[in-house]
Ligand binder design. Sequence first.
Ligand SMILES: *Cc1c(COP(=O)(O)O)cnc(C)c1O
Length: 359
Amino acid sequence: MIQVTTPFLPPKEEYKAYIDKIWDKNWLTNNGPLLNELELKLKEHLGLEHLLYVNNGTIALQLAIKALDLSGEIITTPFSFIATTTAIVWENCKPVFADIDPLSYNIDPAKIEACITDRTSAILATHVFGNPCDIEAIEAIAKKHHLKVIYDAAHCFGVQYKGKSVLEYGDISTISFHATKLYHTTEGGAMVTKSPQLTYRLAKLRNFGFKTAESFDGIGINAKNSEFHAAMGLCNLKYIEAIMASRKKQYLFYNDTLRNLNVEHQTIHKEATYNYSYYPILFKSEEQLLKTKAELETNWVYPRRYFYPSLSSLEYIEKQNTPISDDISQRILCLPLYHNLTSEDQDYICRILLRAQKY
Ligand SMILES: *Cc1c(COP(=O)(O)O)cnc(C)c1O
């Protein structure tokens, strides 16, 4: 059986060494020493000034909305993981969908302005599959209309845009370190901003609103993560270069072996580096996708329809017209891609794909 992904696990001995440290210190959570070490190492690795580690990428989005005091309408992308939209709804704001660009799969800046009303407070855009949005165009619109910008950079570990981390853009960027992501800490996520004031605000929101041990500054929630999760993060960080190198190799293998497959690929931003987080292919029709997916599953290969369905079709969201997102989400399939996927397995997958398009 070949799944779309399997989480990386570090050598057990290395994780155990951190567990011993946790036992020695008897400190399990509440911003402990391993968590601080992880934040420091992540900032170093990614070249960031501020980063706050939290318990998942969804709460990171919700705290970003909270910290920026957003209300009313937030313009967002219908082509993302469900959490991008539910974070908005959960924070009592209304998601307004601007359709996507058919080549980058990211929110189309040309569609954003038509969505702006006097209730719009922000733009929440996803860098889909680690491919940066048209950041300049989004910034220009935000500046003109006095809107905040949040980037859901859940897929963007290690991605550089114009020579610096893509997480540095927007008022706040968020990332996920869930087990299925390129870099993971079992569960986890982070919030990144260049603003020291926002960092301070987010840090309080993460910890019940505590200002000192006996006083509060506004409301907060429990978004802290544990020493056990930080330990996993510290172990995995040592292997991230190797993980990315093997994914790159696999990515190029697919590109080469599937060059005659009748599908399209995402167009990657020219000024961005690529992290090989996913291998999406866009079929000519949903029918072609379903036929191929069934053939793969018959042979114990489990790709994933990602992102599907388009978020504008959610029953608790007011119906909005996003034909491009609807169309792409019906035709897109992510192939298995993970650190220890063998070229034999990839060859097997490719042969099924190529055979399926003949019928
Ligand atoms: C994974 C993901 C999230 C949510 O992250 P969790 O850590 O699972 O809460 C949000 N947005 C996108 C685009 C994702 O892929």
